[in-house]
Write a protein that binds this ligand. Structure first.
Ligand code: A3P
Length: 299
């Protein structure tokens, strides 16, 4: 029987995938897990946890602005502070308070997170929109320096979706990700995570920014929430990221590859899923939610 990683590659994932503690991971990242649990953290570290394509860039910029107390873009792209991408030594260089983003599951996080009770903001997005956004990225993305036309995923949308919903993609199942982060306060004795929805940010970003600021104990004058929301609108943040920010930590893609800022809309999945695909996806999600209601200690 093939592993989830093997199924993913057979469907069209064009990178080497391996299983790490039951989760599909890109082989290039696998060694990071050996030391992740013992990573040193600082008491004032702030974490942004997301499943890929949930609006990580957007929320990371907002958190930086909240901490800075003003609507000023962070100098670098978010990859400068990506927990599992950068080394311990590299992250040591980041000034406090660090806003570290991660796609890891709670059980993969550094142990000190729970002991120091660091602040964690979790952003969730409609899983179907994440699937579409992810497919658009990986099926068009050609790394700079890679062979021309060698996109990260070479199969069709149908191929992609069938393995995505079964967790045969790098970073595992979106359903497990959302459920495990939702269960954190039960498993880690009342640990408080600030949960934010992408769709709520789309509807009233200033209110969600205020909620995040209050959770972080960084209350700002009311007008600042509006200013931050405006600076981080899809159009403004796309422009700032592509034209103003230092590009050192922007993962470089070949000309013509899709970028991180595609449509920035809620509900684009309706243009992609057939009725049958949508129903199957819902059923799988529901099953996972039922399974996760039986809470198992995460470490
Ligand atoms: P789409 O591909 O649906 O457009 P991540 O940062 O986690 O990789 O998520 C990327 C998704 O968030 C993309 O979704 C991107 O367009 C969207 N996004 C980025 N900035 C945004 C913003 N300011 N407002 C709304 N959506 C945004």
């Amino acid at each position: 029987m093939s592993t989830l990683a093997e199924r993913g590659m057979a469907a069209g994932w064009n990178i080497q995938l391996v299983m790490v503690d039951g989760v599909v991971e890109a082989e290039d990242f696998a060694d990071k897990f050996e030391t992740m649990k013992s990573r040193p953290l600082r008491e004032d570290d702030i974490f942004l946890a997301t499943y890929p394509k949930s609006g990580t860039h957007w929320a990371w910029e907002i958190l930086n602005m909240i901490v800075a107390g003003k609507a000023e873009y962070a100098k670098h792209w978010q990859n400068s502070a990506w927990l599992e991408y950068r080394t311990e030594e590299e992250l040591e260089e980041v000034t406090s308070p660090r806003i570290l983003h991660t796609h890891l599951l709670p059980r993969q996080m550094p142990e000190l997170l729970w002991q120091l009770e660091c602040k964690v903001v979790y952003v969730e997005r409609n899983a179907k929109d994440c699937a579409v956004s992810s497919f658009c990225q990986v099926s068009q993305q050609v790394w700079e320096g890679g062979s021309p036309q060698q996109s990260t995923f070479t199969g069709s949308w149908d191929d992609f979706l069938s393995v995505y919903q079964d967790g045969c993609a790098p970073l595992g199942s979106i359903f497990d990700h959302v459920n495990e982060w939702k269960n954190v306060s039960d498993v880690y004795d009342g640990f408080e995570v600030c949960s934010v929805k992408y769709e709520d940010m789309k509807q009233d970003c200033a209110t969600e920014i205020k909620r995040m600021a209050e959770y972080l104990d960084r209350h700002l004058p009311e007008e600042k929430y509006q200013e931050i929301a405006e600076a981080c609108s899809f159009k403004n943040l796309k422009h700032a990221s592509e034209k103003i920010k230092d590009q050192t930590f922007h993962v470089a893609w070949q000309e013509g590859s899709s970028g991180y800022f595609r449509k920035g809309q809620a509900g684009d999945w309706k243009n992609w899923f057939t009725v049958a695909q949508s129903e199957e996806f819902d059923q799988k999600y529901e099953l996972k939610c039922r399974e996760s209601a039986i809470k198992v200690p995460l470490c």
